[in-house]
Write a protein that binds this ligand. Structure first.
Ligand SMILES: [Zn+2]
Ligand SMILES: [Zn+2]
Length: 347
């Protein structure tokens, strides 16, 4: 076992404090990564606070990880010491089911192994990226292209792929109209990626307070959802709506914005069920859908796409002792647009 420095929660209500955790020894297929930066995702907070089910504590979260290969196992062929790499939301899957064989490990029929709070193959509970090091199977490591600064790369591993995958699957492209609901960590990436993919992008946000940012990220239109005129003006408008909001929204109003064969995809995760009015789906043969992160190959494709198109997250770099404070700000949507922990401050 390797003892490494990490920040962990001792209980659902505890602050995120320094501690030492164990990583498994580097096996033949493993890569030891020296973590340089870790993004703060809203899922980290939901998981620790028990919103999505009971956890085992102490728990170290973090699934937006950027670092450098520090050691490789004897059978590792893909990675060399010193390479810039990332780890996202999953660290293993069965590799045998139809979905895994199709490169859709996130939909592994047996469930993928999450980067934190999951039972790993050796029976231990996985621990995430708020830490100086992590040991990961070589097949679940991503290459971070040189064109992307490591300090801003981390949020691509969750916020980036979570929005890129549905944009690709439902064909965000030139001639297509995409609306992004919510301008937070996920939403700002959806705007940048949809624009880079060539779609015409509209932001639907509660207020116009982030309009200048939205337009700078590539949106050509920006509407306040607090204004009822928005919904009458945009009826039957969009091919695709990416909903990043993790609270209840008025489904009838949002579905009415979809044109023929339009799709509303949820990537935010509200704790309560969303009531969907079926008659609103009959009109225009609309679809109501969900999407979860992306497979390993698609995540690499996304990283390479971002490097090629100059797409990077907007980040606020913090020290490790500011994590608890940063979480409070995430809960108030007071971040533009993703906190990233500088792991060098983790001493
Ligand atoms: Zn996440
Ligand atoms: Zn599988």
């Amino acid at each position: 076992m390797l003892n490494v420095t990490a920040y962990a929660a001792a209980s659902p209500t505890a602050d995120i404090l320094p501690t030492t955790i164990e990583r498994r020894d580097v096996g033949p297929d493993d890569v030891l990564i020296e973590i340089k930066y870790a993004g703060i995702c809203h899922s980290d907070i939901h998981t620790v606070r028990g919103d999505w089910g009971a956890q085992t504590y102490p728990l170290t979260v973090g699934h937006e990880i950027a670092g450098v290969v520090a050691e490789v196992g004897s059978a590792v062929t893909k990675w060399a010491v010193g390479t810039s790499v990332g780890v996202g939301c999953m660290v293993n899957s069965c590799r045998e089911c139809a979905n895994c064989r199709a490169g859709l490990e996130q939909y592994c029929e047996g469930g993928n192994v999450g980067t934190y709070g999951s039972i790993d193959r050796d029976g231990t509970v996985t621990q995430g990226g708020y830490s100086t090091h992590i040991v990961v199977d070589q097949d679940f490591v991503l290459r971070i292209p040189e064109a992307i600064d490591l300090a801003v790369a981390a949020p691509l591993l969750c916020a980036g792929i979570t929005t890129y995958s549905p944009l690709r699957h439902w064909n965000a492209a030139p001639g297509r109209k995409v609306a992004v609901v919510g301008m937070g960590g996920l939403g700002h990436m959806a705007v940048k990626l949809a624009h880079a993919l060539g779609a015409e992008v509209t932001v639907l946000s509660q207020t116009l307070s982030k309009e200048a940012d939205g337009r700078a990220f590539g949106a050509t239109r920006y509407f306040a959802t607090s204004d009822p005129a928005t919904f009458s003006e945009l009826t039957n408008e969009f091919d695709l709506i990416i909903n990043t909001v993790s609270a209840e929204i008025d489904m009838r109003a949002y579905l009415s914005l979809l044109r023929l064969d339009g799709v509303l995809v949820n990537v935010g995760a509200p704790p309560e069920p969303l009531p969907v009015p079926v008659f609103a789906l009959f009109t225009n043969r609309r679809s109501f859908a969900g999407s979860s992160i992306g497979g390993i190959a698609e995540t690499q494709e996304m990283l390479d796409f971002c490097a090629e198109h100059g797409v990077v997250p907007e980040t606020e770099l913090i020290a490790a002792d500011q994590i608890t404070e940063a979480w409070l700000r995430v809960l108030k949507s007071d971040v533009r647009y993703r906190f990233v922990i500088d792991v060098a401050t983790m001493v």
